[in-house]
Design a protein around this ligand. Structure first.
Ligand code: SME
Length: 160
């Protein structure tokens, strides 16, 4: 039987989770609004052997659940490093989302050294991202790590 205390704790977990998702959504919004080349900005979280889209700013995508192993999004996780593709059409690993996308930047979000999610940015401009963008988005990835960790942990709990 679920005790009153347990019920409240799970209710509170739900509130915390919703706040984390809302914050990530606002952060995606700020990134896309303030940087004209960031045409689509999203946050994926590692869930088992998939990447799950938890927040985004821009058009809706069919890639809400990406099997690890597919796309540039997976590459950033398996390599545990930033992927900066200046010309997506030239990369066979690229998983096409939007017709207009020409460049993509994927930055892992880590807990300690472990990649638990990522920031994914699509641009309509070829070669849109330079080293300054990489550095900047890597800093943002560090900042959002506690929020991503909350969502990652919740999924881990549900997978058990
Ligand atoms: N292009 C990504 C898929 C996600 S969308 O860009 C939103 C990839 O190659 O993994």
């Amino acid at each position: 039987m679920v005790t009153a205390a347990e019920f409240q704790k799970s209710e509170i977990d739900g509130i915390i989770l919703e706040s984390a998702k809302k914050s990530l959504s606002n952060i995606c919004h700020v990134l896309s609004e303030r940087n004209h080349r960031y045409n689509w900005t999203g946050v994926y979280v590692v869930v088992g052997d998939h990447l799950k889209l938890v927040s985004f700013q821009g058009a809706a995508t069919e890639h809400v659940l990406i099997p690890l192993g597919e796309g540039l999004c997976s590459l950033a996780i398996s390599r545990n490093e930033t992927v900066n593709e200046k010309d997506v059409k030239s990369n066979r690993e690229y998983l096409a989302c939007f017709l207009n996308t020409k460049a993509e930047l994927v930055v892992p979000v880590r807990y300690g050294d472990k990649p638990i999610g990522e920031i994914d940015i699509d641009s309509d401009e070829k070669g849109a991202f330079d080293q300054d963008d990489e550095k900047f988005v890597e800093e943002i990835a560090e900042k959002i790590s506690p929020l991503v960790k909350l969502i990652y942990d919740q999924h881990e709990k549900n997978l058990r």
